[in-house]
Design a binder for this molecule. Structure first.
Ligand SMILES: NC(=O)c1ccc[n+]([C@@H]2O[C@H](COP(=O)([O-])OP(=O)(O)OC[C@H]3O[C@@H](n4cnc5c(N)ncnc54)[C@H](OP(=O)(O)O)[C@@H]3O)[C@@H](O)[C@H]2O)c1
Length: 215
C-alpha cells in the first residue's frame, strides 16, 4: 500500500508556511525524509551534511519538486563548523529560526570492552555534544522567531539495552535527559523541546549496524 505522508492532509492547522527549519544530516535517511516533509508543509528548510556533492544532489532533487530547501556542508563534530553553520542559517533566515531538528547520529557498533577513547569522543561528540552546542547557538534565533521548537532524534536504544551499542545508547540517554532540561529552561522563551525515539528504520546507519551484528 502506498505510504500516506502527514503533509498530504492539507488542514491549515498543520501548515508551516512562514516557518524556518534547520535539519542536521539531511542528505539521506530520516533527516532527508524530515526535511522533505517540513518543506511539504510549507516551511523554508536548511540542511547540512559532510559532503558537498550529496548536499548539491539533494538540493537539485528538491528544487525539481518545488521545495524551498537550502543546504551547506557542516561536520557537526567540529565546533567551528557548527558556528559557521549557524551563521549561515541566521543570514538565510534573517535571524529567525522556528524549528531545529538535531538529527545527525552515528554509531560504531562494538562490544563494551573494545571501545577506544577516540570511538567514545566520536560518538558522544556527534550524537550529544553537537546537539547541546547547536541548541546554544540556535537559542537567539529560536527566541527571535517568537515560536521555537527543538526536536532531538533519539533512539529506542536510549531507553532499552541492545547489543553492541553501549556508547551510542548512552549518547541517546543523555539526549533524552537534556531534552527535558532544555524544555524546562526555555519554556519561558516559548521554545519547546521534544525527543523522538525511533525503532529500527532501514537506512545506511541501520545497515552498518546489522552488518556488525552478523559478523
Ligand atoms: N535508522 C534507524 O534505525 C534509527 C533508529 C533510531 C534512531 N535513529 C537516529 O536517527 C538519526 C538519523 O539516522 P539515519 O538512520 O537516518 O542515519 P543515516 O542514514 O546514516 O543518515 C545520517 C545523515 O547525517 C549525516 N551525517 C552523519 N554524520 C555527520 C556529521 N558528523 N556531520 C554532519 N552530518 C552528518 C549523513 O551525511 P554524511 O555522512 O554524508 O555527512 C546523513 O545525511 C540518528 O540520530 C540516529 O541515531 C536511527
Amino acid at each position: 500500500m502506498a505510504e500516506t505522508k502527514l503533509s498530504s492532509f492539507k488542514d491549515e492547522r498543520w501548515s508551516l508556511h512562514g516557518m524556518t527549519a534547520l535539519v542536521t544530516g539531511g542528505t539521506r535517511g530520516i533527516g532527508y525524509a524530515i526535511a522533505e516533509e517540513l518543506a511539504e508543509f510549507g516551511a523554508s528548510v536548511h540542511i547540512c551534511a559532510r559532503k558537498q556533492e550529496d548536499v548539491d544532489k539533494c538540493l537539485e532533487e528538491w528544487k525539481r519538486k518545488g521545495f524551498r530547501i537550502t543546504g551547506s556542508v557542516c561536520d557537526v563534530l567540529s565546533r567551528d563548523q557548527r558556528q559557521n553553520l549557524m551563521k549561515n542559517v541566521a543570514s538565510i533566515f534573517n535571524g529567525k529560526l522556528n524549528i531545529l531538528i538535531n538529527n545527525v547520529g552515528t554509531s560504531i557498533p562494538k562490544n563494551l570492552i573494545d571501545y577506544t577513547a577516540e570511538d567514545v569522543s566520536t560518538i558522544m561528540g556527534t550524537n550529544f555534544e553537537s546537539c547541546y552546542h547547536l541548541c546554544q547557538l540556535a537559542y537567539p534565533l529560536l527566541k527571535a522567531s517568537g515560536y521555537g521548537s527543538i526536536v532531538f532524534i533519539s533512539s529506542i536504544a536510549g531507553l532499552k539495552a541492545f547489543p553492541l551499542s553501549s556508547i551510542y545508547a548512552s549518547s541517546k540517554g543523555a539526549m533524552n535527559q537534556f531534552t527535558k532540561n532544555v524544555a524546562l529552561e526555555w519554556a519561558k522563551d516559548n521554545i519547546r523541546a521534544n525527543a523522538v525515539a525511533p525503532g529500527p528504520i532501514k537506512t545506511v546507519l541501520l545497515d552498518s549496524f546489522m552488518v556488525c551484528m552478523l559478523c
